[in-house]
Every structure is written in C-alpha cells, then in structure tokens.
Design a protein around this ligand. Structure first.
Ligand SMILES: [Zn+2]
Length: 435
C-alpha cells in the first residue's frame, strides 16, 4: 500500500502528458496537371504533392505516389501549379501616388496611422489573393515600424497575408526625400529616416535593425531630370562613406541592404559601397553591369511602375518620364544578356493596390527574359536573394507549402499569371476557384 499513492501520481502524469500531445499534422494531397516547380528547366506532368502540416513532404509522379489513408485531396489536375510567388519590392503602407488623390504627400499628411495600418492589412490580403505568398516590403513611407506590426499580425494568424520581409523606415540624407516643397520654417515629416554623416547613418541602421528590420532600405538617388544633352540625370543622396557604415553594420547583423538607385553617381556609390540589391536601376552602364556580375549584386528593376502617371510630353517632367522608360528597357536587356541576377518586383503602393501585380511579368519578357526565367525571378531566384533557398520559391520536399495554380499555361502566355485560381500558404488554402 505504501507505493500506491506514487503509482497513482505517475499514472496521472502519464495520462496528462498523453492528453496534451497535439494531434498529428493534417496530410493533404494535391493532384497536379502540370508542375512548374520554380527551379527545374522543364515542367512535369501528372504529379502528386503530399503536404504534412505546413511543409511539403514529397513530390512524385502520380503513378508512383503513395497516398496516405485519411488524407484530404485537392484536385488541380487541370491546372498549372507553381510555388507561391515572391514580390521583392512592395510598399503595403503606400496607397498610390495619383496626383488627383493628393499624390504621395496625402498619405503622410492626411491620415491617422490606424487608417494606414487598416489599408496595409487590405494590401497584404490583396497580394495573397493574387498568389504572392512572400513580399519583401521596402519601407513604410512615414508609417514608422508599422510593417513590423503587420508582419506580427500575419504570423499570429490574426489577418491573412503573405510572409513579410520588412525594412521599416528606410534611410536617406537631408534634401534626399519627401515631403518637400513646403515653407522652410515648417518642420515637415519625411517618408524616410534622414541622416547626415556615417555616424548618424550607422545609428539609423542600428535603430531599425533593433526594432525588427529584416532588410535595410537606402535611397542612393532622389530627384531626376533630363540634362542639357538629353541625358537622364539623378541627384545622388548618401555618400559612399555613409553607405559603407550602413552596409557594414547591417552585414554584421547577418542582414542585407537594398539600394534605391536610378543611375549615375548615386548608382556608382551604391555599387562601390557594397549594396546587396539595386532597386529600379533605370540606366546602368556596361561597366556597372560588369561590376554587378562580379560582386553578385541583385537587380530588382520594377519596370511596370514607370509606365504610370506620365506628365504631359511637352513638359520637363513629361520628358523625364519618357526618358526613364526608354533607358530602363535597355538596361534590363543588357543585364539579362550579361547574366545579372534579376528578381521580380512591382513597387506596388507606388502603383495603387487595386491594380494587378502580375503586370510586371510581361514587361520582364518584353525586355528579354524567357517566361520561365521571369517565373524564377519571382520564385527560386528571389528565395536566393532572401537567404531562403529550399524554404520558399520552390515546390520540393522540405519547403513551406506555399502553392498556387493557374488555369492557362504561363510558359506559353505569361499573362496567365494574372489569373491565379488557387492559393495555399503554409499548407492552408486561402483561395480555390479552380474550374
Ligand atoms: Zn519603391
């Protein structure tokens, strides 16, 4: 009898441990008509993807697939299936820059932060609806660390949205960012953190990294215009010394620096200062392209954004808008030929979130990318840049179950990616309109 109480305690403990064991993760089987896995050179027909919990367990020919009893099945056998797409340049906190709606400034001047956060929530959902399961969001445009909050809300399951890789406030120099054009007596808020000198530059990077930045975003050029000889000119912002301080600090944290740079001096400083990705890169010289290849610099061109809101052709701004686009196409063509590592980016937010994100794909193919390479730029190549190889941008064992489907063949017509009919993120179906 002496041992009975302790036996009862032991049994009780065993039962409570058993009852606390979570149920095994759900198994889902997807039957696939055509699979573009994000990496391979050739699509594969009649595949079966097995998903356990939020990860892909196996991918195999339908003929050899072992289907677990009790698994739920999703039939995508009449669709083309791809990895969830990655947009490497978005602004969920920006809502278009149309002059009729007050342009950029209205975003910062007129609306409470809660309004901006509510709209960022809608932007995140819209991206997911269009098949984008990961965004590198490159700064909040005056909304501080709001992106860190939205990311937490997505990860906590409170709102639907893509995986967010956030860069918080961004960094530029005095005279290097909006809001501008107001009376000098007014202390106007800015859409980026303003620094002067390498000490302030490093401090800003430290603050942003401390408060949750996954990447640091830097503006290396600001205003642009057409010069005396008809050439595109852009105003450089940070010095090479300032950028070096930011890059050194950020790399020390194991993170990377994205540099907005149009062309000329600022773009050269971005490359010499060791930036990891060039954003926009409207005009890149042959020597700069060679330097990007040598340094392994990423290039996120955001072509489509520059076809919006052109000023009238007979105005200086209108001439600049047209010059930007003509130089941009040439730069992307040269970069494709030279083998620069290119990632897909839309600059959504600069473009209203009501528009289609997939409009960037036909621009990429127009300037020399094959449809398959354009798809890779939004899947496995972007995963490389984001240091998430094998986790996202690929349909393979071990990857997150981020999976989309379209009804037409995107290798024949890239515009098929504009109509995503099925979206799964982390093993959860978010949208299924497959016919
Ligand atoms: Zn941008």
């Amino acid at each position: 009898m002496r041992y009975l109480p302790s036996l009862i305690v032991t049994l009780t403990l065993a039962v409570s441990v058993l009852s606390q064991t979570p149920p095994p993760p759900a198994v889902t089987v997807i039957r696939v008509g055509v699979l573009i896995d994000g990496k391979s050179d050739q699509p594969r027909r009649d595949q079966v993807i097995v998903i356990r919990g939020n990860r892909i367990e196996s991918v195999s020919d339908a003929a050899n697939a072992k289907i677990t009893a009790g698994a739920s099945t999703i039939d995508l056998s009449h669709s083309t299936v791809l990895p969830g797409l990655i947009d490497s340049h978005t602004h969920i906190f920006l809502q278009g820059e149309e002059p009729a709606q007050g342009g950029y400034d209205a975003n910062i001047l007129k609306y409470p932060l809660a309004w901006r956060a509510a709209r960022a929530t809608v932007a995140a959902r819209r991206a997911l609806e269009q098949g984008f399961t990961t965004l590198r969001d490159v700064e909040t445009e005056g909304a501080g660390y709001g992106d860190v909050g939205i990311k937490m809300a997505v990860e906590g399951g409170y709102i639907p949205g893509p995986r967010l890789i956030v860069s918080t406030r961004a960094i530029s120099s005095t005279g290097g960012y909006n809001l501008e054009g107001y009376a000098p007596e007014l202390d106007m808020p800015k859409g980026a953190q303003i620094i002067d000198g390498p000490v302030e530059a490093r401090k800003a990077a430290r603050e942003q990294l401390d408060h949750g930045a996954d990447w640091i975003k830097v503006y290396m050029t600001h205003r642009s215009w057409v010069g005396k000889n008809g050439e595109l000119v852009s105003q450089p912002t940070l010095t090479e010394e300032e950028l070096r301080a930011i890059v050194d600090e950020t790399h020390g944290w194991g993170k990377k620096v994205a540099c907005h740079a149009y062309n000329g001096i600022g773009l050269q400083r971005a490359l010499d200062g060791g930036c990891d990705s060039i954003e926009h890169g409207l005009e890149i010289t042959d020597a700069q392209i060679a330097q990007m290849v040598k340094q392994g610099t990423w290039y996120c061109p955001t072509l489509a954004a520059y076809y919006h809101d052109w000023a009238p052709a007979d105005t200086p701004a209108g001439q600049r808008d047209r010059k930007r686009v003509s130089e941009h196409g040439i730069s992307v063509q040269k970069a494709v030929k030279a083998g620069v590592r290119i990632v897909f980016g839309t600059d959504m937010g600069g473009i209203p979130w009501t528009e289609a994100m997939a409009q960037e794909f036909p621009r990429m193919t127009e300037f020399g990318m094959t449809p398959l390479n354009a798809i890779r730029s939004a899947t496995s190549r972007a995963a490389e840049m984001l240091d998430m190889v094998g986790q996202i941008g690929v349909i393979a064992p071990g990857a997150y179950a981020d999976i989309i489907a379209v009804n037409a063949d995107p290798l024949r017509d890239i515009n098929a990616l504009g109509e995503v009919a099925f979206v799964m993120k982390d093993g959860q179906v978010f949208k299924n309109q497959v016919k």
